[in-house]
Design a protein around this ligand. Structure first.
Ligand SMILES: C[S@@+](CC[C@H](N)C(=O)[O-])C[C@H]1O[C@@H](n2cnc3c(N)ncnc32)[C@H](O)[C@@H]1O
Length: 247
C-alpha cells in the first residue's frame, strides 16, 4: 500500500510568515546570515521558516560534509534488524534527508518512505537512486504531517532532537502511533543528555534514557543504548537510541 507513491509534498505554508516571505523576496535566504544560520531561532518560533532554514543548510555543502553524515548507518541498520528480524518490511525514515540509510534498506529488500521538511535534502538521495527504486519521498514538517497509511517500522536518526517544544514532541508520538499502530516497530536516535546543545544553528532537546522511554510510552523495548558519532570535521556527538515495538 503506497498511498503517497512518488509524490513530492510540501506541508502548506508550514511556518512561513508574510514577513519572512518578504525578507526572502528582498534579499534571498542565502544573503541573510540570520536566516541562513537560524541563530537565536527555534523550531517552535512562528516567525522561523524551518523549511527554508533546512533547504539552506542542505544546499550550502555536499551531503558528505554535513555534521551528521555517516557512510554506513550501522546503528540504524542493526536496530532495524533487532526490531524486525530479517523479513522485508515497509520502513518510514523521518528526517531522512540525503542520508544513506535508504540505500541500505533497499538493498535488503525493504520498501522505504523518506520524509523530510526540506526538498533540497532529498535531492541527492533521489539523484543517486534509480527512478524505479521502491521509495516514496514526502516533503513535510513532522510537526503538522498526518499519515495516510501505515508502515511496519518508524526510524528517526537526528530529527527528533530538533523538537524543542514539548507540544511538538507529544504530537510526534501521536503521529508515530498513528503511522505504525500497535505492534509497529520504532528506532529512535537523538542527542543524549551529554550530546551537543545545538546543531545546524538550532538549539536541540537532549534525551536521557528515561526521556525517550517516556516519549514512546507503552512499548516492548528491544534496545536501549548510547553511541558516539564522529562528524566529518572530527567532533564527537553522543547519541541515545531506543528501539522496540509499540504495545
Ligand atoms: C541532522 S539531519 C539527519 C539526517 C538523516 N536522518 C541522517 O541521519 O543522515 C536532520 C534532518 O531532519 C530534517 N528536519 C528537520 N526538522 C524537520 C521537521 N520538522 N520535519 C521533518 N524533517 C525535519 C532536516 O531537513 C534534516 O534532513
Amino acid at each position: 500500500m503506497r498511498a503517497e507513491s512518488g509524490k513530492w509534498r510540501r506541508a502548506s505554508g508550514a511556518g512561513v510568515t508574510p514577513c519572512a516571505n518578504r525578507i526572502r523576496a528582498l534579499v534571498g535566504w542565502g544573503a541573510c546570515p540570520r536566516f541562513r544560520s537560524g541563530a537565536g531561532r527555534i523550531m517552535g518560533d512562528a516567525a522561523f521558516d524551518a523549511a527554508a532554514h533546512w533547504d539552506s543548510r542542505h544546499r550550502e555543502m555536499p551531503p558528505t560534509d554535513l555534521s551528521w553524515f555517516e557512510e554506513h548507518p550501522t546503528t540504524s541498520i542493526d536496530l532495524v534488524h533487532a526490531v524486525l528480524g530479517d523479513q522485508p518490511a515497509s520502513i518510514l525514515d523521518i528526517g531522512g534527508g540525503a542520508g544513506r540509510l535508504v540505500d541500505h534498506l533497499l538493498e535488503e529488500g525493504h520498501e522505504v518512505t523518506v520524509l523530510d521538511i526540506s526538498a533540497a535534502a532529498l535531492e541527492p538521495a533521489r539523484a543517486r537512486l534509480p527512478a524505479s527504486a521502491p521509495v516514496d519521498w514526502i516533503v513535510a514538517d513532522i510537526r503538522t504531517w498526518v499519515p495516510t497509511r501505515t508502515w511496519d517500522v518508524w526510524h528517526d536518526r537526528a530529527m527528533l532532537h530538533f523538537l524543542t517544544a514539548r507540544d511538538d514532541r507529544v504530537r510526534y508520538t501521536a503521529t508515530m502511533r498513528r503511522a505504525i499502530g500497535a505492534g509497529g516497530g520504532f528506532v529512535l536516535g537523538a542527542f543524549a543528555e551529554d550530546g551537543p546543545t545545538h546543531c545546524s544553528g538550532l538549539p536541540v532537546h537532549r534525551f536521557t534514557a528515561e526521556d525517550l522511554r517516556a516519549l514512546v510510552g507503552d512499548a516492548d523495548v528491544v534496545a536501549d543504548s548510547c553511541t558516539t558519532h564522529v562528524t566529518p570535521a572530527g567532533a564527537e556527538q553522543r547519541f541515545r537510541w531506543l528501539a522496540g515495538r509499540l504495545r
